[in-house]
Design a protein. Structure first.
Length: 86
C-alpha cells in the first residue's frame, strides 16, 4: 500500500518491474503493512488478492494443457518440456 510505513512505496524498483514482462505491480492507496489481507471477518471482507491469484493459476494450468510438448532424446532419458508464455 502507498501508505505502508514498513515497506514504503519509494523503495519499489519500478523500472526493474516495468522491464520484466513476468512482473505486475499493484499498489493500493491505503492499507498499511498487509492491511488489505484480513480475511472474511474483516470489515472490508476477504482479501482482493485471492481471486487474482486463482485466476492467474488457472490461466497457467489452461495454457500448460495447450502447450506443445518437446522431447530431448539424449540416451534413454526423455525430458518433456512445457513452454508457457504469460
Amino acid at each position: 500500500a502507498a501508505n505502508d510505513p514498513i515497506a514504503p512505496s519509494r523503495g519499489i524498483p519500478r523500472e526493474d518491474i516495468k522491464e520484466n514482462p513476468n512482473c505486475l505491480l499493484v499498489v493500493t492507496s491505503k492499507g498499511g503493512h498487509l492491511g488489505w489481507v484480513a480475511g472474511d471477518e474483516a470489515p472490508l471482507g476477504a482479501p482482493w488478492t485471492d481471486p487474482l491469484v486463482i485466476d492467474f493459476l488457472q490461466y497457467l494450468e489452461t495454457e500448460a494443457a495447450k502447450a506443445p510438448q518437446t522431447c530431448s532424446n539424449s540416451g534413454d532419458n526423455k525430458e518433456t518440456l512445457h513452454h508457457l508464455q504469460v
